[in-house]
Ligand binder design. Sequence first.
Ligand SMILES: NC(=O)c1ccc[n+]([C@@H]2O[C@H](COP(=O)([O-])OP(=O)(O)OC[C@H]3O[C@@H](n4cnc5c(N)ncnc54)[C@H](OP(=O)(O)O)[C@@H]3O)[C@@H](O)[C@H]2O)c1
Length: 258
Amino acid sequence: MELSKNTILITGGTSGFGFEFASKLIALGNTVIITGRNARKLEETKQILPGVHIIQSDVSKIYDISSLYDQVIEEFPDLNILINNAGEMRKIFLNEDHDLSDITREIEINLMGPIRMVQEFLPYLKRKPNAAIMNVTSGIALMAFPIAPVYGASKSGLRSYTQSLRVQLKNTNVKVFELVAPGSTTPLNDKFKNDEGFNEKMLMAPDKLIDEAIKGMKNDSYEIYPGLAKVMRIMSRLAPKLLLSQTTKMYEKVVSSI
Ligand SMILES: NC(=O)c1ccc[n+]([C@@H]2O[C@H](COP(=O)([O-])OP(=O)(O)OC[C@H]3O[C@@H](n4cnc5c(N)ncnc54)[C@H](OP(=O)(O)O)[C@@H]3O)[C@@H](O)[C@H]2O)c1
């Protein structure tokens, strides 16, 4: 698809992939709006990227999604691309006690957030001749990930939903993309840095990863697998038990070092 002169809404644009998407898409001549929960981080991002438009909005809150819709449509009526990027990942040990309202947080942000965003914005996007939805999943969507089990479930769920969405929108003008991102050096991974077995060398630089994502969108490549995600894809088909044993070892190393 053409990736200039669009109006693009990116959830979670104050760091990591969302920030890289914003800066590269602005450089390509698009109007870009980013969201985030933290007003200070939004203002700081605006200082670094003066061309970006910022709106404080929490994708896990229904009210925030509907007021975001009203504001975006009012101020940016040319909106034609939605990038569902906002996400969170926590280590969770399921045999400890957890507050029932907190245990599902990644599902609310990473899965329910994009589903609700799509439902809210889709009727509007369908009216545009050149529209797209990009959902950011993860290589972890292809396997179980015991150290972050709710995150893993959220990303597998989002991958499944994205494939169904693509089928259902087949005869519309809305293209549905999935970025199956491998591990990357963004703040999302900071909490894993001191873990036994954590290898930063395995992580892809976010700017290179988003270059591949943008190239994939330009080529109408609906499932984009940058870097190691290509290997994860093959392994998930040919050796799923080996993948599970690797992620199990990762979990066991962390548990044994506590
Ligand atoms: N980094 C990786 O290794 C990796 C690999 C595969 C997939 N991914 C996925 O890529 C996406 C981006 O991750 P990242 O690595 O760039 O993470 P990041 O650097 O931590 O950035 C996350 C962004 O999302 C925002 N955000 C978090 N919760 C939000 C909410 N409820 N509502 C609105 N905004 C929210 C954050 O801002 P606030 O905190 O201010 O809200 C921030 O701008 C996520 O979906 C993640 O799961 C990451």
